[in-house]
Design a binder for this molecule. Structure first.
Ligand code: CP
Ligand code: NVA
Length: 300
């Protein structure tokens, strides 16, 4: 695996190997240094707490060093094409970790740089987050086999899509509960073949027999103009005592963070499940180190 551009582009084995390796690296945090002498570039065009810190710490723990580049300070921000930026950086860095808007920019960077490229969130997908979430399910529920994961809120965003592909590849049941207009398009769903993903607008019905209730912010970065409409439409999809009571008794409540209390989840539920939620956040580090170990095998 040379790149992590999306979960769609990974096989079931690649996903499951990353989770296994993440668990090993968590148990022996500083014992492995395959990135010695490598400098990795991080190009971030959106805000980040978890992704930025976990990648900076992860690269360093694996023996490498990182350079944080914001689009604002680069010629990229003044109109230099991504393919030219990629061809320059590709001659210098061991690999790149990119958070941006357009998935095509990450794909193009990978193509033109020739170095391992990791999607640290685009409007299309957030694969690193779902790898950490799968690792958390493995730790807390023994895995994803036979599980039902219910995703509530914006069903047509990067998190929902990465979960869709995790379900398609790994075979667990994935239900999106979202209002009409915020569900994945029929065209998108037509790309799936395995019948593991379904979409419903009734949040309570969706939660029945759920093993995991998952949510994300209602308003993703770059979509702030949709805030008013979403807050109005999404009220019934808030994870709270009422929806948790419909799920299995020992269901996990998960959130990729940052959390907006009172919107996608209430304070009481977030705090009651904070152990799980912050374990997911910690697992960003371990799962991404596993990704770095795999893709760095292709660094020059
Ligand atoms: N969950 C996540 O990606 O968090 P950040 O936006 O803080 O990186
Ligand atoms: N869907 C959110 C995820 C944040 C980690 C966003 O893109 O802002």
């Amino acid at each position: 695996m040379k790149n992590l551009l999306s979960l769609e582009s990974l096989s079931a084995k690649e996903i499951s190997d990353i989770v296994d390796l993440g668990i090993k690296l968590k148990a022996d945090r500083l014992g492995y240094k395959p990135l010695v002498d490598q400098v990795w570039a991080m190009i971030f065009s959106k805000s980040s707490t978890r992704t930025r810190v976990s990648f900076e710490v992860g690269v360093r723990e694996l023996g490498g060093s990182v350079m944080m580049l914001s689009q604002r300070d680069m010629q990229l921000g003044r109109g230099e094409p991504i393919k030219d930026t990629a061809r320059v950086l590709g001659r210098m860095v061991g690999g790149a970790i990119i958070r941006t808007f357009d998935q095509k920019d990450v794909d193009d960077f990978s193509e033109y740089s020739g170095v391992p490229t990791i999607n640290a969130l685009t409007d299309e997908e957030h694969p690193c987050q779902v790898l950490a979430d799968l690792m958390t399910m493995r730790e807390l529920q023994g895995g994803w086999e036979g599980k039902k994961v219910v995703y509530l809120g914006d069903g047509d965003n990067n998190m929902a899509r990465s979960w869709i592909w995790a379900s398609e590849r790994l075979g667990f049941e994935f239900v999106i509960a979202a209002p009409e207009g915020h569900q994945p398009s029929a065209e998108y769903l037509a790309r799936l073949q395995n019948g593991t993903v379904s979409v419903i607008s009734d949040p309570k019905a969706a939660c029945e027999n759920a093993d995991v209730l998952y949510t994300d912010v209602w308003v993703s970065m770059g979509q702030e103009d949709e805030a008013e409409e979403k807050v109005e439409k999404f009220g019934g999809y808030q994870i709270n005592r009422n929806l948790v009571s419909a799920a299995n008794k020992d269901a996990l409540v998960m959130h990729c963070l940052p959390a907006y209390r009172g919107l996608e989840i209430d304070e009481e539920t977030l705090e009651a499940h904070s152990q799980t939620i912050f374990q997911e956040a910690e697992n960003r580090l371990h799962a991404q180190k596993a990704v770095l170990v795999e893709v760095s095998k292709f660094s020059a």
